[in-house]
Design a protein around this ligand. Sequence first.
Ligand SMILES: Cc1cc2nc3c(=O)[nH]c(=O)nc-3n(C[C@H](O)[C@H](O)[C@H](O)COP(=O)(O)OP(=O)(O)OC[C@H]3O[C@@H](n4cnc5c(N)ncnc54)[C@H](O)[C@@H]3O)c2cc1C
Length: 587
Amino acid sequence: MGFPVRKFDAVIVGGGGAGLRAALQLSKSGLNCAVLSKVFPTRSHTVAAQGGISASLGNVQEDRWDWHMYDTVKGSDWLGDQDAIEFMCRAAPEAVIELEHMGMPFDRVESGKIYQRPFGGHTAEHGKRAVERACAVADRTGHAMLHTLYQQNVRANTQFFVEWTALDLIRNEDGDVVGVTAMEMETGDVYIFHAKAVMFATGGGGRIYASSTNAYMNTGDGLGICARAGIPLEDMEFWQFHPTGVAGAGVLITEGVRGEGGILLNADGERFMERYAPTVKDLASRDVVSRAMAMEIYEGRGCGKNKDHVLLKIDHIGAEKIMEKLPGIREISIQFAGIDPIKDPIPVVPTTHYMMGGIPTNYLGEVIVPQGDEYEVPVKGLYAAGECACASVHGANRLGTNSLLDLVVFGKSGGDSMIKFIREQDGWKPLPENAGELTRQRLERLDNQTDGENVDALRRELQRSVQLHAGVFRTDAILQEGVKQVMALAERVKKTEIKDKSKVWNTARIEALELDNLIEVAKATLVSAEARKESRGAHASDDHPERDDVNWMKHTLYHPLTNTLSYKPVHTKPLTVDYIEPAKRVY
Ligand SMILES: Cc1cc2nc3c(=O)[nH]c(=O)nc-3n(C[C@H](O)[C@H](O)[C@H](O)COP(=O)(O)OP(=O)(O)OC[C@H]3O[C@@H](n4cnc5c(N)ncnc54)[C@H](O)[C@@H]3O)c2cc1C
């Protein structure tokens, strides 16, 4: 076996919002729970979440969980699983109050209740008017949430392995998951973490794109690790482009800016969203706004000397409100665009932001795979939550603020499922003879490779190719070329080399290992996107401009070991309410 072994009841890979919420559940129940994280937990990408977390608290005007459910189903373009969506929207008010009671410092409305702001796609009475549903801590909601959850975990005695990177999954002869291998990043030492149950909460993989709001650490590790262990990846063609990344920098300007009254203008000074979404205008769903912006730019109404962006104007809401509700946004604009939004509009373009697909799970956080005639059989001992998982509540397009909600709702339900599973086990299942072998082979290849390719150059080539071939607008020809290029790159990734080994620190090694994950995410994205011959949510094909419910209301499953796809039906049975029938998605 070769590597030293550490034993825990549960191992959570990822210390962001989802991982910490799950760990809290496990540690509070008295189980021995380890959290592995590439970065200090409060530096996880959840820290960047700005605008809010959704819940139908109705603190500003009347709201209901079933209106939230309707908006989420509509936002998903009817690809979301309605049982999971009902579960999440019903649980939302309790989940947010729970965070409040843990000490999360929400902003307040006059009455002292949690402050809520409007957000894209959040409506009352099934689209009749915008409603304030995003519970916010200024424009730093994720920061506040992550710190609150971290402190609670410290109190509950969760064991943190900070700057440890998980490398591979360990499955026994029956396919059950019994642990992971992981490397301490400072020393390069590898250990086996032997566990009764493992959860992936490794966040998104937005770094497959050249321009992204995602942090450099978002390399889709959970997906890559699962893919190498033969677990399929679901709905990977659906990537959300956030309408308002700072032009040239990609850094996010939250939709909360439009929630607070910001508007988008083209080069003619026209508020163009009035043409694309007459009811909710600038607060339409993200894919709708992103496509409208891309269309304005494409048709020559972009701003600046290259006519390559539009403008986000907020000066009319007043300096005082900007300083109080959007201080971080002002800072970002000044730093990354050289613009003070109190005086001038911010230049913005659509930028890759969120991965709707991921490791297939149900609303209990169990990882589910097809087996024989069954579409969804749980992999024993394996769980996933957060952006790396596909529950699927976001379907073809996520509504803003539904991700932070997804983290805490499915983090908690996944944690509960793990507790139940662990308590049913009779101790640890033995490690297989070859535990750690895949990791050993990967490391040995890297150490011995000569005449290989430079990791950094290859990653950049991959990012440019995915950006070009799986962007806002897609055609059959562009996607086919993208598949060809990514498959060729995958062959080259097998021969990466760490140049001048005597001079490099472990980061170079880790970047090479991360590239193994990025390439799995990129393959899944291109192959799934090329296959889907319709336009739905974030997947917009010029050759197939309409949604096709007859042939395509189904989830894709990319099988990494064979490079093939299979499909599974969308769940059309909510838990207690009636099915929300498909309709045209207009705002
Ligand atoms: C700029 C920005 C603003 C956003 N604003 C909002 C918002 O207002 N509302 C909303 O709902 N959503 C928002 N989102 C989306 C939301 O923030 C993310 O989807 C969510 O925070 C992801 O949380 P997570 O717990 O799944 O992963 P993350 O917070 O990304 O955490 C991933 C964790 O996994 C660890 N990890 C990864 N790989 C490994 C490995 N191999 N080994 C060990 N550890 C590993 C990392 O160290 C990290 O701890 C925003 C996103 C961005 C980019």
